[in-house]
Ligand binder design. Structure first.
Ligand code: UD1
Ligand code: UDP
Length: 375
């Protein structure tokens, strides 16, 4: 049987997490031969994901450099990918999300006239500079894509509004929910003693992550200051913040949280302990994209410290709230959730606007149905 040649390209932690379940499904399908190429735009943070999901890339472009600029990432990925695509000659190249690796992957495929499948297509904040550069990356990738795998109906409508043909858009759910189902376990034991020692029964844990480029500077100082003062206000509140490896983020975090022993600043966690920590947390404060999808599924209220979001589904479902990046509002909104049980209960509902855990199977089925091995 002539197999369908798929080439899967990813480079950062969230792409790895969301691509992993698709790779696993493809491994079980005899119709498909998948070649995995990582750009390694992230190094340690991506390697953690590869280990967990036992993924061994066929190609590793190893483009990571500390302090890398957007131009450097894009150029190095584009150059490396051209070589690999010429060698592999895939029928379809899959990218996931909105990073610079995604845009470079789609462009490299287009230059070789290889069809692009865009996983997590159609998310739009409406502001080209927020998130920056992700909103542009996803729009640019959309232009180059042949198949648009839209997680939700809202995403599909965004694509239709931009004039993409209906027959190329498929609602699949988000593969992050597939990954989450794999990772979250009952009675999970952490390897990190600090996380095992937390008294989850008597303490309320606020799980924090922040890394968006447009928040670096004053907005991030506001976010961290508000969280810092909340931790000081409530005796039974502790904060756990696995800090992104970006040194700019780390500098602000270490400075603002200095001397506050209610705030645990730790290294980025592997996906499994991270999601199990989320499952034990009281609430989540984040500017991450992925966390906005995971927290509702786990019934955790999530305060989104950004000015806009491309993920309105969680907000409509009532589990997420957009709180901006001004100190006063962030402090106020966390304060309400900690002091008003009714408000907290309204938000702490497990809902799944982002998928049912079967997105990867749908995506692979669509590829098999629509791409012939002789393309
Ligand atoms: C990137 C993506 C962003 C995504 C995020 C997920 C782009 C432009 N941005 O942002 O969309 O939400 O990943 O986390 O594609 N670093 C390390 N080791 C690592 C990873 C990062 O040291 O394994 C440090 C480096 O100093 C690096 C910096 O973090 O320069 C920023 O990494 P980069 O990939 O440029 O951007 P992110 O902010 O991680
Ligand atoms: N995550 C992780 N370890 C951490 C923090 C986050 O595994 O210490 C996971 C999280 O569960 C989610 C993804 O990383 O699936 C989100 O990545 P990030 O916030 O870096 O990027 P974004 O989703 O904003 O693009």
């Amino acid at each position: 049987m002539n197999k369908i040649k798929v080439m899967t390209v990813f480079g950062t932690r969230p792409e790895g997490i969301k691509m992993a379940p698709i790779i696993k499904v493809m491994e079980s399908r005899p119709e498909i031969e998948n070649t995995i190429c990582i750009t390694a735009q992230h190094r340690e943070m991506l390697d953690q994901v590869l280990d967990l999901f036992k993924i061994e890339p066929d190609y590793d472009l190893n483009i990571f450099k500390p302090g890398q600029s957007l131009t450097e990432i894009t150029m190095r990925a584009l150059e490396g990918l051209e070589r690999v695509i010429r060698e592999v000659k895939p029928h379809i190249l899959l990218v996931q999300g909105d990073t610079s690796t995604v845009f470079a992957g789609a462009l490299a495929a287009f230059y070789q006239k290889v069809k692009v499948g865009h996983v997590e297509a159609g998310l739009r904040s409406g502001n080209l500079y927020s998130p920056y550069p992700e909103e542009a990356n996803r729009k640019l990738t959309g232009v180059l894509a042949h198949f648009h795998f839209a997680p939700t109906e809202i995403n599909r409508l965004n694509l239709l509004k931009e004039g993409y043909p209906e027959e190329r858009i498929f609602i699949t759910g988000n593969t992050v929910i597939d990954a989450l189902k794999f990772a979250v376990k009952k009675d999970y034991k952490f390897h990190l003693p600090l996380l095992n020692d937390i008294d989850y029964k008597n303490k309320r844990i606020i799980l924090v992550t922040s890394h968006r480029r447009e928040n670096i500077g004053k907005p991030m100082e506001n976010i961290f200051s508000a969280i810092n003062n909340i931790a000081l206000k409530y005796d039974d509140v502790e904060v756990v913040f696995p800090i992104h490896l970006n040194p700019k983020v780390r500098e602000i975090a270490y400075r603002v949280f200095k001397g506050n022993d209610k705030v645990h600043l730790i290294e980025p966690l592997d996906y499994e302990p991270f999601t199990n920590l989320m499952a034990k947390s009281h609430l989540v404060v984040t500017d991450s994209g992925g966390l906005q999808e995971e927290a509702p599924s786990l019934g955790k209220p999530v305060l989104v410290v950004r000015e806009e979001t491309e993920r309105p589904e969680g907000i409509e479902a009532g589990t997420a709230k957009l709180v901006g990046t001004e100190y006063d509002n962030i402090f106020k909104e966390i304060d309400i959730l900690l002091s008003n049980q009714e408000e907290y209960s309204k938000m702490a509902n497990a809902v799944n606007p982002y998928g049912d855990g079967k997105a990867s199977e749908r995506i692979v089925d669509i590829i098999i149905k629509h791409i012939g091995p002789n393309e």
